[in-house]
Write a protein that binds this ligand. Structure first.
Ligand SMILES: [Zn+2]
Length: 409
């Protein structure tokens, strides 16, 4: 037999993120690809001697990892809130800004006014920045429309911008992000609308892969969140939850109760909540960019998450208010510096565990049968991905078997 591969990457050291060895390292490795799948992974010396490839990419000394996955973003929106950032540093309070029509409602207003092309054009540089750092899969939430038509437009725009940039996307309906101005003081009535109209419309059109909610003192109550999740389940959609970011709302336990794919933020989650996540198989998504930007001082319960064996993912939370971040590599650094993850845990958090947070069993590791998403890096050791602050060592990207971009390492 004479194996023929479409693409054969040789010379790189591999951080496969499989098995028990740190990073699943294979030195002087090879990744062989057929179509959009990885066909073979191992050391170059173990390649079948008669193997040949239609295309060969020899990258001596580089490192290869699974394509990175940013599993929590809100990157489709119009406008930005740099003016609020500046006003706060001149002494304005959140209340001042909200009274002036700022905060999330400013983004909702700009987003509702923007046309589809404008929304995609505004969002595209943010996704391009992520993609340039080796991100091959991204999750994008709606949540700046807060009416059925605009939420649908946002989910369409998310798929369109991802197709234009060449990144695979999972979309999440986050209609329960905030109470829109026209429902001020009537949160229950807004949730009625979300359950009666928005979720059925989005599910019927197949626009979302999951449903999310913001359960918080400044968001929605546990009872409102339960209604949203029950409706999502009735329409066959899995759920995710913004949980326990600013206070302990027992959000982690609520997420677990509904078998959520992930519970995200978790700064105030208690130990019982962590145990519930473990029992439900829910991934903990940690978002150090928001923690940093809000100058929070209570970190998520990383020791308890480790002790209970809850998988930890890391994401940018890219959004205009609390995490205007478009660098997943910077989030790796912040996860280590602010939350004390190890560099290996951080890398697992944007590969293997991030895939699980999106119910994507076909990616996040370098292994035969997986989708052929590979990032190549001009680094000496995988810890360097979390160690650096700034700079981009990404030297090449293979997405679904196709060499997308990159300079030669
Ligand atoms: Zn978020």
């Amino acid at each position: 037999m004479n194996p023929a591969f479409d693409l054969l990457i040789t010379g790189a050291h591999l951080a496969t993120m499989t098995g028990d060895a740190p990073y699943g390292i294979v030195r002087d490795g090879a990744v062989a690809i057929v179509g959009d799948r990885i066909a073979w992974v191992g050391a170059v010396r173990d390649l079948p001697p008669d193997a040949h490839a239609h295309r060969r990419l020899d990258v001596p000394g580089a490192w290869a990892t699974p394509g990175l996955i940013d599993c929590h973003t809100h990157l489709v929106y119009a406008g930005n809130r740099a003016n609020e950032f500046e006003a706060r540093l001149h002494g304005a309070t959140y209340a001042d800004i909200a009274a002036g029509g700022g905060g999330i409602n400013a983004t909702v207003g700009a987003t509702r006014e923007a046309g589809d092309d404008e929304l995609v054009a505004a969002s595209r540089p943010r996704l391009e920045a992520l993609a340039a750092e080796g991100v091959t899969t991204v999750e994008i939430k709606s949540g700046y429309g807060l009416d059925t038509a605009t939420e649908c437009r946002l989910l369409h725009a998310a798929r369109r911008v991802a197709a234009e940039v060449g990144v695979d996307v999972r979309t999440t309906l986050l209609a329960a992000h905030a109470v829109p101005g026209e429902f001020a003081g009537r949160a229950d009535d807004y949730i009625d609308l979300v359950c009666r109209e928005t979720i059925p419309a989005v599910a019927g059109a197949g626009l979302a892969d999951a449903v999310d909610a913001f359960c918080e003192t400044v968001g929605f109550t546990a009872a409102q969140t339960r209604r949203v999740f029950a409706t999502a389940g009735a329409h066959g959609l899995r759920v995710k939850l913004h949980a326990d970011q600013l206070s302990d709302m027992e959000g982690a336990a609520l997420a677990a109760e509904f078998g959520a794919l992930s519970a995200d933020h978790l700064e105030y989650t208690n130990e019982a909540g962590v145990a519930a996540l473990r029992r439900a198989g829910t991934v903990a998504v940690l978002l150090p960019g928001a923690f940093y930007a809000l100058r929070e001082n209570r970190a998520p319960p990383v020791a308890a998450l480790r002790a209970h064996g809850v998988p930890m993912a890391i994401a940018t939370d890219c959004n205009p208010g609390t995490s205007p971040a478009t660098s997943l590599l910077l989030m790796l650094n912040m996860a280590c510096t602010l939350f004390r993850l190890t560099p290996e845990e951080a890398l697992a958090g944007v590969t293997r565990h991030a895939a699980r947070a999106l119910a994507l069993g076909d990616r996040g590791t370098l292994a035969a049968g997986q989708r052929a998403d590979v990032a190549l890096w001009d680094i000496v050791t995988p810890a360097e991905l979390a160690y650096r602050i700034g700079g981009n060592p990404c030297a090449g990207i293979v997405r679904a078997g196709r060499l997308m971009t990159g300079r030669s390492p």
